[in-house]
Design a protein around this ligand. Structure first.
Ligand SMILES: [Fe+2]
Ligand SMILES: [Fe+2]
Length: 135
């Protein structure tokens, strides 16, 4: 029972960031499984709390890297992160309230957002770092 399949289109060639993204995909899949099984137990609460914590940790890491490398698009990239944190918080509130169906819609939205963000916004930053390293 998978929500997101990890594949090459999600790999940016930055070991630490790729590892974080892989773990985020993994956590999203665990959220999905827990919701589909209507498992409103500690398992779901735990995995949704982990999603929020790990997302915040990952965004902090990326934002520190952007600051260190004086990346011009850092403010808009960070603003996108803030919006996503709000969506994850919304997902957490709804799943905590037992709204399985609504929560699955929100989870699908989170999945689409994350995949698009990695493939576009994060990839743009990875390309910037690669170009710098090559020049
Ligand atoms: Fe990322
Ligand atoms: Fe990002």
């Amino acid at each position: 029972m998978m929500l997101v399949e990890w594949d090459d289109t999600l790999i940016l060639g930055m070991a630490q960031i790729d590892e974080h993204h892989h773990k985020l995909v993994d956590i999203l899949n665990r959220c999905y499984r827990a919701l589909m099984l209507h498992d409103h137990s500690h398992e779901l609460e735990g995995v949704v709390a982990e999603l929020l914590d790990y997302t915040q940790y990952h965004f902090r890491t990326e934002e520190e890297l952007m600051a260190q490398s004086h990346y011009a698009a850092a403010p808009s990239h960070a603003a996108a992160h803030r919006k996503f944190i709000n969506s994850v918080t919304n997902f957490k509130d709804r799943s905590d309230a037992g709204e399985s169906f609504v929560a699955i819609d929100v989870l699908v939205f989170l999945k689409d957002w994350l995949v698009g963000h990695i493939q576009n916004t994060d990839r743009a930053f990875a390309n910037f770092l690669n170009d710098r390293a090559g020049s």
